[in-house]
Design a binder for this molecule. Structure first.
Ligand code: PLP
Length: 396
């Protein structure tokens, strides 16, 4: 037998973290890494945050799990925190981002079907989107590499061009239920929606009674310096998926919706055994308490600005390697002129700097939102050293 006990779907590298301290990860052999990946935009309070640990410990000692057949004071508390701080009137809790997007897709379809329109089942999605790895969420993405081997895809998704309102309009018809869009594409390479595009989708949705569904699984929960990235645009969704950062490292997601959008989500239409369990709710409430306030959000914007202006200066010194900096807050992308993956490996293996590779030859910088001045300095020291001794593979 050659297959490994862990199903070999990930090309895992040799970094084997066993401990975390704020923005650092410590490997089995004691090597310290500066973590600008945050478990892919998850550990927004860093590693080993006392408040988050305390909340999880207290809840674990009191009550870990009960079913959704009972009342949930813990769920009501977190739902109230989300409702009070967002556009939403109601929340369904999940365990992951893909499940949150699945719930959002069901909510959008149910909106039309509960209103008597059985035809409006299709969501228009956008090129290079990433919405997860379940059957519906891979079907929602035009990325063929995720489809390969898993045919048939689910029907009900049409792919328009990213940031191209005309291409979305051209796909609209009597079967259109709405749009599913990331305000800032993450996996696709930190590509922000243009103001015109996002406002245009909102206007089309309003005009045709369609659902504007946003996937804020990666860009949400204070990552951009706003609690949710759509606030940067002043454009509000009808339905939104959130996950990753909301549990601070504890598996948690949620689908948020307005009362109108959720009209089809009635008793018995949806469910989850674990979704909303007390332990996850305790983690989510601790995260919301820490981040959903102007002081914390302003600190993310400030650090984001410092990182961005430093990066803009830095890339000027390496015109052969880097093209531009993009993104918002602490969701930044370094667009490279050469293939980005080997540079990402070089930073990791030779300079102990963890980043995340993304589409469009972009390096994703997603540090914990609590990073401090010394860690920002350490980042620039590592990045400069990495750029200085980098040998572009083809030229080697
Ligand atoms: N949507 C977006 C925008 C994502 O970035 C991700 C994960 O990277 C997902 C959905 C899926 O989330 P999960 O991996 O928790 O299922």
């Amino acid at each position: 037998m050659t297959i490994t006990p862990l199903m070999p779907v990930y090309p895992r590298c040799d970094v084997r973290p066993v401990r975390g301290e704020n923005c650092h990860l410590i490997d089995e052999d004691g090597t310290r890494y500066l973590d600008f990946a945050s478990g892919i935009a998850v550990n927004l309070l860093g590693h080993s945050h006392p408040g988050l640990i305390g909340a999880i410990q207290r809840q674990a000692e009191t009550l870990m799990h009960v079913s959704n057949l009972y009342g949930s004071p813990q769920g009501e508390r977190l739902a109230r925190q989300l409702v009070d701080n967002t556009f939403a009137d109601t929340v369904f809790f999940t365990n992951s981002g893909a499940e949150a997007v699945e719930t959002a897709i069901k909510t959008a379809r149910a909106y039309h079907q509960s209103g008597g329109d059985e035809n409006r089942t299709e969501l228009i999605t956008f090129s290079n989107a990433f919405h997860g790895r379940t059957m519906a969420t891979i079907s929602a993405s035009n990325q063929e590499k995720m489809h390969k081997g898993f045919q048939p895809l689910l029907p009900g998704f049409r792919y328009a061009e990213w940031n191209d309102l005309e291409s979305a309009k051209a796909l609209m018809g009597p079967n259109t239920a709405g749009f599913l869009v990331e305000p800032i594409q993450g996996e696709g390479g930190i590509r922000p929606a243009s103001q015109e595009f996002l406002s245009g989708l909102r206007a089309l949705a309003d005009e045709h009674d369609l659902m504007l569904v946003m996937d804020e699984v990666q860009c949400g929960v204070a990552r951009t310096g706003r609690l949710y990235a759509h606030e940067l645009y002043g454009v509000t969704p009808d339905i939104m998926a959130t996950a990753k950062g909301i549990g601070g490292g504890f598996p948690l997601g949620a689908c948020l919706a307005t009362e109108k959008a959720a009209r089809g989500m009635t008793y018995g239409t949806h469910g989850s055994t674990y979704g909303g369990n007390p332990l996850a709710m305790a983690a989510g409430s601790a995260v919301m308490e820490a981040v959903a306030n102007e002081e914390f959000l302003a600190s993310v914007r400030d650090k984001g600005e410092r990182l961005r202006s430093g990066l803009e200066q830095f890339i000027g010194n390496y015109p052969d390697l880097f093209e531009s900096v993009r993104g918002a807050g602490l969701m930044l992308g370094l667009k490279m002129k050469v293939e980005s993956r080997p540079f990402f490996v070089h930073l990791r293996d030779n300079h102990q700097l963890l980043t995340v590779a993304a589409g469009d030859n972009t390096l994703r910088l997603l540090p914990p939102l609590v990073l401090d001045d010394a860690e920002i300095e350490e980042f620039f020291a590592k990045l400069s050293a990495g750029a200085d001794d980098y040998v572009i593979p083809d030229a080697a």
